[in-house]
Design a protein around this ligand. Structure first.
Ligand SMILES: [Zn+2]
Ligand SMILES: [Zn+2]
Length: 309
C-alpha cells in the first residue's frame, strides 16, 4: 500500500542543485552492513530500541555533566533549584520502567507497521537527505500540533491530578525528565509521534531520523540550561527552546507546545511567559541604570575630593 507522499518530493531539476550528503559514504557502508546481517524484524525492534536508548542518554549527558561544572551554573534557567541526586535517581527509575514496559511494546509494533505499508529498508530506496529533512520537519509540525491540544487538555482541572501531575513533579526540569510521565501520558502524547510516521514514512530511516530529532529536541527543552549561540535548534524559526518549556514547568500555566511557538502565539497561551520576561528585562535595565547612576555619583564625589585636596 502506498502512503500519501510517496510521489511528492521528486522535482529533480530543483533538487539537483542541492549539495550531496557529506557523510553519505560511511553511512552507506554502515547501513548496508546492517541490512545484510540482520533481519527486518531485528532492525525494527532491537535496532529501534538501541537507537532510542543511545540517543536518550547521549542527549542527557551534557546536562548531567554541567551540574558538576560551576562555570555552567550561569546558564541554568532556575538557578535557585539545582538538580539533586535523589531527583535524578527517582527520574531514572520511572524512565526505565516507561522505556521497557510501555515504549518497548510500542516499538515492537514497528515491524508490523513497516510490513503492512511496504516501507522499504534497503540502501537502494534510501531517500536523499533533503527529502528526509523535509519529512522530519513535517513530523515535528504534526507532533507539535497534537501535543499543544492534548497537553492543554491534560491540564484540565478534572483530569490533571490523575495523569499529567506526574510530569510536573519537577518544577525545574533537567534533560532526563523529558519522558518522566505517567504511562497513560506516554501513550496519549506519544501518539503525536506516530501520526507523522503514518502519513510521511517512505523508508525505515525516517523512523530513526525522526526519533533522534524528537529526542534531542525534547531533552533540549527540558535541559534547564539556556546556552546562547551554541544550540543549532535555535536556527529553526519559531523554535521554542529551553526557556519556553522551562517556564511551563515553573509557571504551570501556558506554553503548551512541545517544539514551536506558533500555537501558543495564536491562542495567547504564551501571554504570561512574555509578561514574565518583559518584567525581568525591565528589572535588569532598572538595576543597570541604578548601577550607572551610583558609579557616576562616586566619580563626582572622587572628583570633588581631588579638587579640595
Ligand atoms: Zn504540562
Ligand atoms: Zn515538560
Amino acid at each position: 500500500m502506498d502512503n500519501l507522499t510517496d510521489h511528492l518530493f521528486h522535482p529533480q531539476q530543483v533538487l539537483d542543485f542541492l549539495p550531496e550528503n557529506p557523510i553519505k559514504e560511511p553511512f552507506a557502508n554502515a547501513w548496508i552492513y546492517m541490512t545484510n546481517n540482520y533481519t527486518k524484524f531485528q532492525i525494527a525492534t532491537w535496532g529501534s530500541l538501541i537507537v532510542h536508548e543511545l540517543i536518550y542518554f547521549a542527549a542527557c549527558m551534557p546536562g548531567i555533566i554541567f551540574q558538576f561544572i560551576p562555570f555552567m551554573r550561569r546558564f541554568k534557567i532556575q538557578a535557585n533549584r539545582p538538580e539533586t541526586f535523589e531527583g535524578q535517581w527517582k527520574c531514572f527509575k520511572l524512565i526505565m520502567f516507561n522505556h521497557f514496559f510501555i515504549q518497548l511494546p510500542l516499538i515492537a509494533g514497528t515491524y508490523v507497521f513497516t510490513e503492512y505499508f511496504n516501507i522499504p529498508y534497503g540502501w537502494e530506496e534510501m531517500p536523499p537527505w533533503y527529502d528526509l529533512a523535509l519529512r522530519v520537519f513535517g513530523c515535528a509540525v504534526i507532533e507539535d500540533t497534537w501535543h499543544y491540544f492534548l497537553h492543554g487538555a491534560l491540564h484540565d482541572k478534572r483530569i490533571y491530578k490523575y495523569i499529567h501531575k506526574v510530569h510536573h513533579n519537577f518544577q525545574s526540569p533537567f534533560g532526563m525528565t523529558a519522558e518522566y510521565a505517567h504511562p497513560a501520558e506516554t501513550l496519549i502524547l506519544g501518539m503525536g509521534f506516530f501520526w507523522g510516521i503514518l502519513l510521511l514514512a517512505n523508508h525505515m530511516v525516517l523512523l530513526w531520523a525522526w526519533v533522534c530529532v524528537r529526542l534531542f529536541e525534547t531533552i533540549d527543552v527540558h535541559s534547564g540550561y539556556d546556552i546562547p549561540y551554541l544550540n543549532p535548534f535555535h536556527l529553526i524559526p519559531f523554535y521554542g527552546g529551553s526557556r519556553f518549556h522551562d517556564f511551563h514547568h515553573f509557571n504551570f500555566t501556558g506554553n503548551y507546545s512541545s517544539t514551536f511557538t506558533w500555537w501558543d502565539k495564536i491562542f495567547g497561551t504564551d501571554r504570561q511567559f512574555k509578561e514574565y520576561y518583559a518584567k525581568q528585562e525591565s528589572l535588569k535595565s532598572a538595576q543597570n541604570s541604578n548601577k550607572t547612576q551610583h558609579n557616576s555619583k562616586k566619580t563626582q564625589q572622587n572628583g570633588k575630593k581631588t579638587k579640595s585636596q
